[in-house]
Design a protein around this ligand. Structure first.
Ligand SMILES: Cc1cc2nc3c(=O)[nH]c(=O)nc-3n(C[C@H](O)[C@H](O)[C@H](O)COP(=O)(O)OP(=O)(O)OC[C@H]3O[C@@H](n4cnc5c(N)ncnc54)[C@H](O)[C@@H]3O)c2cc1C
Length: 115
């Protein structure tokens, strides 16, 4: 079982890497507790997929936010104006702000722990 940066292909930017590593460990801890103390294999078997789903959501968020906030090398006027339009779309929408806040702070973990 791999956790943290070693399992993430590339550490997600935007202050996500350590938080994602901790989330992996919380998921794996629960899976090992169930396996070793309760002799239940379901969580352990499901761990790689459960972790991967969370990791790729975070990878997408980091990629999307970084691309939205940073000027791209070689970008033309169209790209720059489109980027500002994208930022306005997010910050001027309650749903956009809610998604950004949810994805930045992380998704809930088992037991209601914040991600
Ligand atoms: C400049 C910078 C700023 C960051 N800011 C943030 C932030 O604000 N928020 C956030 O969530 N994340 C941030 N991150 C990302 C975060 O630091 C990493 O995602 C996190 O440390 C990953 O933890 P890890 O335990 O998987 O790996 P690591 O922290 O890299 O731990 C791996 C450990 O294994 C050891 N090791 C390697 N090879 C061997 C070996 N062969 N034998 C024994 N030990 C070995 C290493 O020395 C290291 O101590 C930042 C990263 C950088 C570089």
């Amino acid at each position: 079982m791999l956790v943290g940066d070693a399992a993430h292909t590339v550490p997600p930017t935007g202050a996500k890497g350590m938080n994602l590593a901790v989330a992996d460990v919380v998921l794996l801890t629960e899976a090992l507790r169930a396996l070793l103390l309760d002799r239940e294999e379901d969580l352990f078997d499901a761990f790689p997929d459960a972790a991967r789903q969370r990791i790729w959501k975070a990878q997408h968020f980091s990629w999307w936010m970084t691309n939205m906030l940073h000027p791209q090398p070689g970008a033309g006027d169209f790209d720059r104006m489109r980027q500002i339009g994208e930022l306005r779309t997010v910050v001027e929408s309650a749903h956009g702000r809610a998604y950004l806040a949810e994805a930045y702070t992380g998704w809930p973990l088992p037991g209601g722990l914040p991600g």
